[in-house]
Design a protein. Sequence first.
Length: 134
Amino acid sequence: DDNIRIRIAALPSELGPLELLGRILREALPLDDERRFELTLDVNFWARALNQPALRELQHADHDAWRSRVLFAVRAARDAAELPDDLADDEQADILVAFVDELVHVAAGNAPRYEKPKPRTAEEAVEQAIQSGV
């Protein structure tokens, strides 16, 4: 989760509030190999945190910090009139965090479905390498 914080801190300052909110939310999603690997580490940590109160406290503090970043971005988007005001800021942040968390949990539970297929030929291996930017 340190990597998520680093990526969020590196987001361009010229983003509009709503775009910033969307980018912050996307940083938590396992949309590439690096983030899928990070999710694997997180899932292993979650399992250990279930039985170790000190780790569970760290996990809760980390999630609270994540929610605070989302809440800050929601407030900024609302202040810029880029989000409707039919929900309280806290409610909107909670809904967005719950939505992203559920997507992450589904991805964690279905990880093999999202792995790249193994290349069958040398040509396929080269094509995969090119597509992944190697």
